[in-house]
Design a binder for this molecule. Sequence first.
Ligand SMILES: Nc1ncnc2c1ncn2[C@@H]1O[C@H](COP(=O)(O)OP(=O)(O)OP(=O)(O)O)[C@@H](O)[C@H]1O
Ligand SMILES: [Mg+2]
Length: 238
Amino acid sequence: MQPVIRLEHIHKTYGTGDTEVHALNDVNLTVEKGEYCAIMGPSGSGKSTAMNVIGCLDRPTSGSYYLDGVDVAGLSDPELAHTRNRKLGFVFQQFHLLPQLSAMENVMLPMVYAGIPTQERRERAAEALTRVGLANRLNNRPNQLSGGQQQRVAIARAIVNRPVLLLADEPTGALDSQTTQEVLNIFSELNASGITVVMVTHEPEVARQTRRIVWFRDGAIVHDHLRPEDMAQMTVTA
Ligand SMILES: Nc1ncnc2c1ncn2[C@@H]1O[C@H](COP(=O)(O)OP(=O)(O)OP(=O)(O)O)[C@@H](O)[C@H]1O
Ligand SMILES: [Mg+2]
């Protein structure tokens, strides 16, 4: 089976000359289908840059990236946008919902780009919102929802096209601890249903609920470990 993510010798450089920044410096990372992985590391260590490359929002300066077996460098910009829409779901710290649209309409949006007929869009949006516990908030606009509810709408939007990979950059950064736990429970359920999840977080108690922690420092991966329980389990089943 192909890994969902394979990064090989990825470099990302911003600027030139005196202002040159090596945001990523020879990053190698493989994430298999079904993994639940946290990315941690100090501010400026390259976490978001790596997520932008993984999410096809930005191209690396050099190195290879295979997403679900496809060499991303070989894709044109429209093909990349199409891949993003079909294979990836994104959740950000600031929910990035459209304020004038209802929860339902926000979640339907990615399916508009995917060309899915209206009736199916409605059904699938309602289903995704039900999955995140918002069946009774379909017609509310973002400003009529709490932060945790808005983030759940964003998660519903991220999963509605049935992505192979869910990418989250500090998804709980703007939430209180109870709401954080609600969001993490949803991620765990999605992961248990087979979606690969990669999440950047600064919070150890958030990272602890994933199954693998990848540490960045100065644009490179300095540690990469499975959670001890999972390692123990692997030994037992090996
Ligand atoms: N568009 C850009 N132009 C120039 N430099 C950039 C750009 N984006 C990021 N950088 C630089 O690249 C480095 C890595 O930034 P990145 O945003 O990936 O860090 P991060 O690990 O996500 O940090 P944080 O935890 O603060 O979000 C930093 O030195 C940053 O200043
Ligand atoms: Mg960041």
